[in-house]
Design a protein around this ligand. Sequence first.
Ligand code: RIB
Ligand code: CA
Length: 312
Amino acid sequence: MTSRSIIIDTDPGHDDAVAILAALASPELQVRGVTTVAGNVPLALTTLNARRVLALAGREDVPVFAGCDRPLLRPLVTAEEVHGHTGLDGADLPEPQAPLPDRHAVDWLIETLLAARDDPVTVCPLGPLTNIALTLIREPRTVAGIREIVLMGGAAFEGGNTTPAAEFNIYVDPHAADVVFRSGLPLTMLPLDCTHKALMPADWIESLRGLGNRVGNTVASLLTFYQRYDVAKYGSTGGPLHDPTVIAYLLDPELFAGKRCNVRIETTSPLTMGMTVTDWWGVTGEPANCMVMNQVDAGAFFAFLSDCLGRF
Ligand code: RIB
Ligand code: CA
């Protein structure tokens, strides 16, 4: 089995936590490190939460590096209404034992990606793209160490979840997203058009308690808290589980479908700031820069996650 090196850039966040756990459970993936960014909650909390998730998984061997505490230009917008004040409300996770390295995530990303030319790394952003953009701005040669970027973010026809036009990760730092989408790097986007088709069945959440391990029980409690917001907002039967779609895509891309499109980021209009303007029908003649996924086999996706979480 060939192992793929990945870096997870994240703002935990309930769905981020499940994505990290799924990656750690998958021997096909070598998690080189976790870099944190301000997003769902401020940086100090996203960083502590990432460390708690690694402690829950028994994987504090994976290094965590704290990154940017605010977007490139705009003020930080957070989402405590979704994730609670801790960013992982709903369950008690273990306190981390491993110390947090006194090293900025962007510095570690630059060093790691410059050294990865011979075995390029898949970068998996699950939050605002501030760390990734700053890495590319500060050291453009890092592109040689990036195999591809597979990110959760954006919305094509689905509309936004933060404004009518914009999804949270892109909305928080549209200028960073613009840098990434203009980078020319191989890019795959798992937008709301996809993740809103992966709504958590209530019986699935409860089934996690039957996995017989602490991870399953903890994730069931986390997701029970997390889904309440989207169920109330959308009047749906379950909440979307966004970030783990990135990991599922890496391990089983056949679960997803979409097409290559030109995607550009709105960075000026107050009305549509952070919109991922997706040329699905090719009307601009602009070259495609992104694989946009808009379909997912939800049943298989949740079965994949149950299998991952059951391995702890
Ligand atoms: O819009 C959903 C995305 O924003 C997810 O990554 C969630 O964790 C938040 O970061
Ligand atoms: Ca996230």
